[in-house]
Design a binder for this molecule. Structure first.
Ligand code: PLP
Length: 396
């Protein structure tokens, strides 16, 4: 890939120039106070993005997957009971990780394209009179299917069942792009990575623990060393790490939080919603359907688009790359070959989104799909034009 085309995989996302520069810095002494002056504002910035006053944030040299492991191993013991729903590749992998750690997972099978069934969770939690379930897992945004689940509804399910289980939320493809309210939703651990909403290269697991999750650390018996948050907390208190920190990424995270907060969190969410609306208008104009079953499930960060039966969706992804030097996401797991994905998160504008739609159209026409050149682009243009004009009118 040599091009300057934007990227349309659902993470890693496009890296704005200012963040690339923040990551690319000369070596500093990570045991000097200079490092602390970078670390602490980054931790504070993440708290603001998560909308939490109470949680403690930890940054591991890892990715979202390491964030899952941090959550589990710091709070649970072998045999502990976990409740989860499997509605896509990422919820599947988190469940698999629990099983490999010898946790006892009750998981609800959900059709891919549906969200987490909060009502089923409530039934199961209500029936668990002995409060044996220790943790409820929820993937806020299933990146494989483009499905957003309602975390507030899961909190209500826990509360209605009067159940004390901890709530762990995977926000890898939502945090920093879609509304996430750690304190208000009573999230005990939030997990994300540097390479999606934060618009940085991969390399950081970003994990936040509520006071209740911090208390669980004291009794947890699963083995952990590298991901032990107690060592990390001791390091932070001394402006350092228990090992060598990824200094450039932490400097980048600080700059990323500044960028997100100066745009304004609500403006960032509104931009993602508007851009996603244009993508969805295009999909509709192409006569195609999203994998997400209903509008209330539509993700504002990724759209998984079903192709006609018998057509291999991977051909769209490979043709786009080979012919037009543009990257879209393939389908994963149960929907491999059935969907292709357009990632629309991070540093993205309406104009960038239109370029992706234009190329997707060319690809589909090249491959003989019954799509008319310009149809999706025109629908998205209309969406962007109208939403921009109405926002300008409101502001005037
Ligand atoms: C929702 C979700 N969870 C977890 C992960 C795993 O994160 P990573 O690839 O950073 O380990 C991803 C990656 O795309 C994801 O989209």
């Amino acid at each position: 890939m040599t091009s300057q085309n934007p990227i349309f995989i659902p993470g890693p996302t496009n890296i704005p120039e200012e963040l690339r520069k923040a990551v690319d810095m000369p070596t500093i002494d990570h045991r000097s106070p200079v490092f602390g002056r970078m670390l602490h504002p980054a931790l504070e910035g993440v708290k603001k993005v998560l909308k939490t006053d109470q949680a403690q944030v930890f940054l591991f040299p890892s990715t979202g997957t390491g964030g899952w492991e941090t959550a589990l191993t710091n709070t649970l013991s072998p045999g502990d009971k976990v409740l989860a729903a499997r509605n896509g590749m990422f919820s599947h992998r988190w469940i698999d990780m629990c099983q490999r750690h010898r946790l006892d997972v009750t998981h609800i099978e959900v059709p891919w394209g549906e969200g987490i069934p909060a009502a089923r969770f409530e039934e199961i939690l209500t029936a668990d009179k002995g409060h044996e379930i220790r943790v409820v897992l929820a993937t806020h945004n299933e990146t494989a299917t483009g499905v957003k689940s309602d975390i507030a509804a899961i909190r209500r399910a826990l509360d209605a069942a009067r159940h004390p289980a901890l709530l762990f939320v995977d926000g890898v493809s939502s945090i920093g792009s879609m509304d996430f309210r750690m304190d208000e939703w009573g999230v005990d651990i939030a997990v994300t990575g540097s390479q999606k909403g934060f618009m940085l290269p991969p390399g950081l697991a970003i994990v936040a623990f509520s006071p209740k999750a911090m208390a669980a650390v004291e009794t947890a018996k699963l083995p952990r060393t590298f991901f032990d948050i107690r060592d990390m907390a001791t390091g932070y208190a001394r402006n350092g790490y228990p090992y060598t920190p990824p200094v450039g990424l932490i400097n980048g995270l600080n700059a990323a939080c500044e960028r997100i907060l100066s745009e304004g969190l609500e403006n960032v969410f509104a931009r993602h919603h508007r851009i996603a609306g244009g993508i969805r208008a295009a999909v509709d104009a192409w006569g195609l359907k999203l994998c997400a079953a209903r509008p209330d499930l539509y993700s504002d960060t990724v759209s998984a688009i079903r192709v006609p039966d018998g057509f291999d969706a991977n051909r769209i992804v490979s043709h786009a790359l080979e012919t037009y030097d543009m990257a879209f996401g393939t389908g994963l797991g149960e929907v491999a070959g059935k969907v292709f994905r357009i990632g629309h998160l991070g540093s993205l504008t309406d104009a960038m989104a239109l370029s992706g739609l234009a190329v997707a159209e060319m690809v589909m026409v090249d491959l003989g799909l019954p799509v008319r050149l310009g149809s999706g682009v025109a629908a998205a243009q209309e969406h962007y034009r109208q939403s921009t004009v109405s926002a300008l009118r409101k502001a005037a």
